[in-house]
Every structure is written in C-alpha cells, then in structure tokens.
Design a protein around this ligand. Structure first.
Ligand SMILES: *Cc1c(COP(=O)(O)O)cnc(C)c1O
Length: 367
C-alpha cells in the first residue's frame, strides 16, 4: 500500500475546492496584462478595502516579529460592543471558512451526519467529509433552501445543519419568520450554522434579527466574514457568534494564532468604517440592477440574488466561460454546484459590469 492509499477513505474521497481563477494565472495563460483582465469570480469587493483598514494594516507592520494576540481581544471587544453580544461567545477564524471547519471538527466525526441544501456553499460538504461524517444534501426548492425537507432529513446522528443566508452561489434568501420557525422546530442536540457572509448587502428590512436569537437558541451558531462587504478577503478573517459554552468548544480545536496580526488590525479598523460598508452596498445595488438589466436585454434569465453576485443561465456554461476567458473576463462556472447551465458573476464596478455584458453579448451572437 502506498502512503496515499493508507489515508482514510473519507479523505481520499474529497474533491478539492475549486477557487476562482486568479488574474495573474489568466494573464500568464493568455499573454494579457493584469490590468486588461476583469475578475468577477470570487464575490470580492470591487471597491477594494476600507481606507481605515488599509491604514491599520500598514501601522501594524511594526509588529510583524511578534505573535498576534491569540485571543484577538481588540477585535472581539469591538465586535461585542458593536453587536451587543457577550465577548465569550465570539470565535475568530482565518476567514469564516476556518470557523466552519472548527464547527465541523468540534461537532462532527465518523458516525455522525450534517445536513445542507443542494446548491449550497461548497465548504459545508467539504468540511463535513473531512471529519468522516456523512453529508446529507437536501434537494433545493426554487434554487434555495427547502427548510421543511431539511427538517425531515435530520436523523438521529445529525449534529449540524448548515444554512447560508443569502446562499452562495444561488443568492437565495430565507425570510426571518421561516428561519425562526425552523430553529424552534429543531432538537437542541442539532447545531444550526447560519452563515451570513453576505448579510451586509441586504436591505435593513430583509435582515433577520439573528443576533437576538442567540439568547433563545443555545444551538445557534452565526458565522460572518470580513471578506465580502468589508473587502478584506486577502487578509482572511471571519467570526462565529454562539453560546459561550459552544464558543469555548470551538476555541479548543482552533489553532492558537489562527488570525494573524495584520488581519486583526485591519478587521478592527474596518468595523469602524460604516461609511465604507454603505458605499459597498450602494455600488452593489447599482451593479446588480445594471447586470440584471443587461441580462434582460440579452433575453437571458437569472436567479434573483440577494448577494453581491448573480447566477445567469447561459446554456452551455462551460463554453461561455472559456470564451469569456479569451476576452479577459473571469467569472465562475457552477457545474460543481449542480448548476451546469449557469455562470455566477460577481457584481463589479460599472465599467467592469459593462465589460462583462459586452463580452457576453458578443459570445452569444456568435453561437
Ligand atoms: C465567501 C463565503 C464565506 C467565507 O469566506 P471567508 O473568506 O472564508 O470568510 C462563507 N460562506 C459563504 C456562503 C461564502 O460565500
């Protein structure tokens, strides 16, 4: 037996996560300049990062030789006071991806299962599988979470239900009442991870009062990130909010210095820049309207989205994706999410959206 053959079967069965194609890679492959490429593939913030976050990161360079604060006290304090939560219920992660893995590692393992929706964020099945637990994928309803079917899919050995709201890649949103009813209906032995990576893009009236639910549901784990609206995807920082005993459990499986000092400083400063978040949302709202209007002109359909991206039905998505690459436009194929006729397009700046729409129009004309 080789080394790899001796690895546990559940590890060998994992299909690696497929990230968006980096600009530098396409530039190398196509002989293009970075500046000529538009990347709308990873739901990144087209405005970049908040100036306050940038300044804080630059200032923290003086401390590079020192280990970061392993408890992330300043960031947690800022989160606790901003959100009105107990600091003991906060877990910081190297991106919220890290937090999702901590949940899986702490609560799942062989002989257990986790429930998630078809077309939901790819990290849920990956993190589940890596622990040796069984992933239960529940058929979607209108591309979104079918909470009734998810409730029915819960088994005796189910320990975690993952819900992305809004969902990536489909952009679907569950209403607050529906979610609350679901939480009420679950046994307390099942954790509900409510992943709010795109929450900042929602209009105020559409936001679930999820932080308030933490006191009501000791099995609720909220996850959030600085990668999307805050524009800090490269720094890698996210967090979970949970009951203090659950947070303590997650912290036991966390690497002691999982969030680096630049990320801690940048995220803390970003929290203090509400104006930047408002601007990010405004750019996103306008860009969504622009893309949707463009699709309408082209006679295309799309899945109405509450995130900073939209899935557009283009037919042979693999071919259209390749043709877009040849025109220097990177979007995201979502065949691996069970959506082989769609492309997911992140909302960019007006000129980036226009560039994508023009390239798409040319490709569809030639077909
Ligand atoms: C992007 C995303 C995340 C988190 O990304 P991080 O950069 O690891 O914080 C989490 N959940 C969903 C649904 C996402 O789309």
């Amino acid at each position: 037996m080789t080394l790899c053959e001796l690895a546990p079967a559940h590890i060998r069965a994992i299909a690696p996560y497929q990230p968006g194609k980096p600009i530098s890679e396409l530039a190398r492959e196509m002989g293009l300049r970075d500046a000529d490429i538009v990347k709308l593939a990873s739901n990144e913030n087209p405005l970049g990062a908040s100036p306050k976050a940038r300044a804080a990161v630059a200032a923290s360079l003086d401390d590079l030789a020192l280990y970061p604060d392993g408890n992330g006290f300043e960031l947690k304090s800022a989160l606790a006071s901003g959100l009105g939560v107990d600091i003991a219920g906060i877990v910081l992660g190297n991106g919220s991806n890290d937090v999702l893995e901590l949940v899986a590692r702490a609560l799942l393992g062989p002989g257990t299962s986790a429930v998630f929706s078809e077309h939901a964020f790819a990290v849920y099945p990956l993190a589940t599988q890596a622990t040796g637990a069984v992933g239960i994928s529940v058929p979607a309803r209108a591309y979104g979470h079918d909470l009734v079917a998810m409730h029915d899919a819960i088994r005796e050995d189910t320990r975690v239900v993952f819900i992305a709201n809004p969902n990536n890649p489909t952009g679907t949103l569950l209403g607050a009442d529906e979610l609350h009813d679901f939480l009420v209906s679950l046994p307390a032995r099942v954790a509900v991870v409510l992943d709010e990576a795109y929450g900042e893009f929602l209009d105020e009236v559409l936001r679930a009062p999820s932080v308030g639910w933490l006191a009501e549901f000791p099995n609720l784990i909220l996850t959030r990130t600085f990668s999307k609206a805050y524009g800090l995807a490269g720094l890698r920082v996210g967090y979970a909010l949970a009951a203090p005993d659950v947070a303590d459990l997650l912290n036991r499986v966390r690497q002691p210095f999982n969030v680096n000092s630049l990320a801690l400083a940048g995220a803390t400063a970003a929290l203090d820049d509400g104006e930047f978040i408002a601007r990010s949302k405004a750019v996103n709202d306008a860009g969504m309207a622009q893309l949707v209007a463009g699709c309408e002109r082209l006679g295309l359909t799309w899945i109405p989205s509450f995130g900073n991206f939209v899935c557009i039905e283009v037919g042979d998505a693999a071919r259209v994706f390749q043709s877009l690459l040849h025109k220097g436009v990177i979007v995201r194929p979502v065949a691996n999410y069970g959506l082989p006729t769609f492309l997911r397009v992140s909302i960019g700046l007006p000129e980036q959206n226009a560039r994508f729409l023009a390239a798409l129009a040319e490709i569809l004309e030639q077909a």
